[in-house]
Design a protein around this ligand. Structure first.
Ligand code: CTP
Ligand code: CA
Length: 217
């Protein structure tokens, strides 16, 4: 029959996904950013839509096509991403894959000139969008964060899960060739423990995660 768990396990659900980097302008021609291709987040948005969910994808600047069946909202900065996420609520579940820049620079309306010497930027902390959702009265029932780490992957992910009030943290070790690549080795940190998956194509990580989300919702 149609609408069974395998084909449409998320029919009628609204899922929110963030993906890509954010760009924080230093002046009209320069920015600060985290490294992110957006591939893992876009694959997750596509996999959730393939299971029948209505998907809102809040995306930083990336060079990727919008997956079929996904509503995409383009943003540039972390503050814009936070506003777009808030505007997309309510959602049954959220998967925060974006590599959000942790700081922004003060507004600079005109181009900083090299001849004036190296700028001493007073960086200002950005809103933590996952933490904001975790503590919101509109908190999605299932809240999934990501953590890209180079050391003590599980320990950092466990700490982030608690600090941000997330249900699961999908942790990956980025000391290898994950960035911009097609494969990912992830560990799912939940209330009950850690599940480690073998190295998989990012699309396969997305399909498995979407199945797990459908089961949880
Ligand atoms: N995140 C977010 N908003 C931020 C920073 C992070 O929503 N301003 C989300 C990311 O999308 C990810 C999770 O929080 O799902 C973990 O991001 P990460 O950068 O690993 O965590 P931080 O708390 O910023 O810690 P770190 O010092 O390791 O960068
Ligand atoms: Ca960060």
């Amino acid at each position: 029959a149609l609408g069974g768990k395998s084909s449409g396990g998320l029919t009628g659900r609204h899922m929110l996904v963030t993906a890509g980097p954010t760009h924080e302008p230093i002046d009209p021609v320069r920015y600060i950013a985290n490294r992110s291709s957006g591939r893992q987040g876009y694959a997750i948005a596509g996999a959730l839509a393939a299971l029948g969910a209505r998907v809102t994808l809040v995306s930083g600047p990336v060079a990727l096509p919008t997956p079929p069946g996904v509503d995409r909202v383009d943003v540039e900065t972390a503050r814009e991403m936070a506003n777009a996420v808030a505007a997309a609520l309510p959602a049954d579940g959220a998967v925060m894959v974006a590599a959000v820049a942790d700081w922004h620079a003060p507004e600079a309306g005109s181009k900083i000139k090299k001849g004036d010497g190296a700028p001493q930027l007073q960086l200002i902390e950005n809103p933590d969008i996952l933490k904001m959702l975790g503590n919101s009265p509109k908190r999605p029932r299932l809240l999934v964060g990501f953590a890209a780490e180079t050391d003590d992957v599980i320990a950092h992910a466990t700490e982030k899960r608690a600090r941000k009030n997330a249900d699961w943290i999908v942790a990956n070790d980025v000391s290898g060739d994950v960035m911009g690549g097609n494969a990912n080795t992830v560990h799912i940190v939940t209330e009950t423990g850690v599940e480690s998956w073998e190295r998989l194509d990012k699309r396969e990580v997305a399909r498995r995660l979407a199945d797990r989300i459908a089961d949880a919702l």
